[in-house]
Design a protein around this ligand. Sequence first.
Ligand code: FES
Length: 634
Amino acid sequence: MTQFEIRFQPDGRRINVEQGISVLEAINLTGIDLVSLCGGKGTCGKCKIIIEKGEIKESLTEKEKEFLTKDQIDENYRLACQIKVFNDLIIRIPEASRTGKQRLQIEGIKAPVKVEPLIKKFFIQLNKPSLDEPKSDVDRLNDYILKKFGISKLKFNIDALKSLGMVIREDNYKFTVCIWNNSEIITIEPGDTTEKIFGYAVDIGTTKLAGYLIDLTNGEVLAAGGLMNPQIRFGEDVISRIAYKDPQQMHSVVIEGLNELLIDLTNRVSIDLENIYEMTAVGNTCMHHIFLNLNAKQLGYSPYVPVVRNGLSIKNDKIGMKLNRFGKIYTLPVVAGFVGADTIGVILASEIYKHDELCMALDIGTNTEVVLGNKDRILACACASGPAFEGAHIKFGMRAANGAIEKIKIDPETLEPTYLTIDNVKPRGICGSAIVDIPAEMLKTKIINLRGKINKNLESDRIRQGDNGYEYVLVWGRNSFSKRDITISQKDIGEIILAKAAMHTGTEILMQKFGVKDDNIDNLFIAGAFGTHIDIENARMIGIYPEISLDKIKRVGNAAGTGSRMCLVSKTMRKLAEEMSKKIEYIELAVQPNFQSIFLNSHYLPYADLARYPITTKFLKKIGNYSEKKIRIF
Ligand code: FES
């Protein structure tokens, strides 16, 4: 029977299915959480999907005409239960068609900073002009602000000037001015609106967006939320985004995503978009350039230089966010290569720059950044770790949402697994935290060896030949949501090892550059969504990061987002961000002479350079997966 491949966005899942099955059936086989209340009868209208690529033979059915709006039809929406697979397809599952919200890490550590935003509001009560003193509105306003608040030489933008004459008279010369950086009046509003002053801080990740709505009078977070980065439809990693043929479209799509998130946050706390006057943004260099609509292509070619390194303050009307039209957008500075403004955010939030002790920070994502340093010196690099830990490229990988297996243990005697799912429902797939558990648990129980090879000689019906080599059955079909066995294949393990090898190579090269070893590291900060939920011991066991004692490991949540928030409310933090961007020594991994050998060694579990890591030998003996013969091969 002919088979076709379906790719699902934004999850990045792929499945090969037989010709002629319904798209709903195909989706159910993957375990993706699509709402289908009527079970495919076409009566609930909930199974809406978007056909991004590929041909659908069936024309719109009566049921689709009933449930889809004209706009949705124009945007290629279909009901999954009404159409069949006769081609390769790329299908997008809209958030509204999902059964459960994805668990996105948006919380970061609390990093208290003095609230001193660049945007401030001042309530003004001018005297009426008179024939005795017929000064212009601007002169009288300038005199008042200088006398009352000590601010001089204010610039007025032309739009503020246009409204000035009317607005100040609207409430009998009582009005509020919004001033940026003590230098520019950006809006003038009738009456006293000084309490209504808000900001929006974002972290633009390759896979996820996180946003925070902040009260600029006191720095409080009023609402926070996350969303998959809609650019995923153009490719999963930064390289595919850079290579995409239409950079303008890429820019527009991320602005749409950030606006969608902003509208959601403001609706939650009933805040008017007009009262959001400033936004700060962090992201790796590629995300930063795409957000600003700068040429990201040059980041794809040696020597990978960014267009601009320093932080930028620009007018919102140049970007098109749905905050106040005259508001400002500040992007934190980047460093070099793919080490971007998000790394500056992590450094500010974790305060590595203050520490006497040596600290390492890992911001784990599709692009992982590693930082090593203290108050005297800071090194940073970026690793192309890929989306395996986000669930992509893993056959049953999925986002951290309803039904995702998030924790796995395997009994060393029986080789039987136990697992936990998000929301305690039937398992649909495996999310990032459990993807770390897989090789660790399989290594402990000797289901795989140090090279990640599945031991086919073990006596267990869970180990069997599959489509992609040997596989371990984690969940029998009778217990899974899709009724299919949920398995971990040899190929999946290879993908996980590849991702962890990239990260390990980064940490190893930075340590060599700094001239330190694992036990010299006093603090290890794990940032990012993935870092928040992983078993830190299992992550160490597979060699994601150096072998340091667990009490030195601290999870710092979305530290990049915290850094963005800090810069939104603090001038001092922006100054510090600029200093950090100049101070950090960027290390380009690919040009290091020992890059290849370290990367190769990192393909072992946890890694292979045992001469340099005597502790590893002990560790392997402890877990019973050590053989002198194998070690000598390395
Ligand atoms: S599942 Fe109900 S309309 Fe498709």
